[in-house]
Design a protein around this ligand. Structure first.
Ligand code: CDP
Length: 232
């Protein structure tokens, strides 16, 4: 049987995961939050008091770093649910360093491909269209102004009780991460040649979800789409 996949890449806090989660429920696709996995590796390094920029230190923990994600997008580090913990500012400010090491990426990319192997999947991150799922059915490269992204993230942080950081502080953090993510040597953040760019600055989440589903429907064609919808 054919499997379909949607890859969503883009800079920090561009709304990828919120949209991807909703789409996964509507289409009954598996959702994989790859950022949460890199965040979990970062958390383990911080818990051990290690320097996230130190490649040898990152390599040294990989064997004792068991990461699992369930169907709800909850992430587990060595059996412990760290879903909310990994969203906290200490992890956010360090994750771009920890995830830049080649060995960290190799381990997680393998895990991500394994998860996508046997069912329809929607995955979001920085290198999904360029590295992890190069043959994805639909590739989206999602952008939004850093201000719009900071406003959204601030609201989300307050709602989820994650942090009280101001819009300005968050904007600085995401701009810094975007810079590091796009300039690193291993799998930098960039638009895949065959990805469709979607600017979500002025879109509501529902509009964004609709836009992506419409693009997917066009891509697979009416016959596949109708079969898919019938089996939901
Ligand atoms: O939700 P937000 O955009 O703030 O971040 P995220 O998607 O949870 O990703 C956190 C960080 O992990 C990013 O800033 C990247 O440094 C890294 N990441 C990556 O390198 N590759 C991925 N496929 C996903 C995330």
């Amino acid at each position: 049987m054919n499997h379909y996949s949607i890859a969503i890449d883009g800079p920090a806090a561009s709304g990828k995961s919120t949209a991807a989660k909703i789409i996964s429920k509507r289409l009954n696709f598996l959702y994989v939050d790859t950022g949460a996995m890199y965040r979990a590796v970062t958390l383990l390094m911080l818990e051990k008091g290690l320097d996230t920029k130190d490649r040898e230190a990152a390599k040294s923990i990989l064997d004792e770093c068991d990461i699992k994600e369930d169907r709800e997008g909850r992430v587990y580090l060595n059996g412990k649910d760290v879903t909310s913990r990994v969203r906290m500012p200490d992890v956010s400010s360090q994750v771009s360093y920890a995830c830049a090491h080649k060995e960290v990426r190799e381990k997680l990319v393998e895990l991500q491909r394994e998860m996508a192997k046997s069912e329809n999947v929607i995955m979001d991150g920085r290198d999904i269209g360029t590295v992890v799922l190069q043959d994805a059915t639909l590739k989206i490269y999602q952008i939004a102004s850093s201000y719009a992204r900071a406003v959204r993230r601030q609201k989300e942080n307050v709602e989820k009780g994650i942090s009280n950081a101001s819009v300005e502080e968050i904007q600085k953090d995401i701009e810094k991460r975007d810079y590091i993510d796009s300039h690193r040597e291993n799998s930098p953040l960039k638009k895949a040649d065959d990805a469709i760019e979607l600017d979500t600055s002025d879109l509501t989440i529902e509009e964004e979800v609709e836009a992506i589903i419409t693009l997917f429907r066009k891509k697979v064609g009416e016959e596949v789409w109708n079969n898919m919808v019938q089996s939901l």
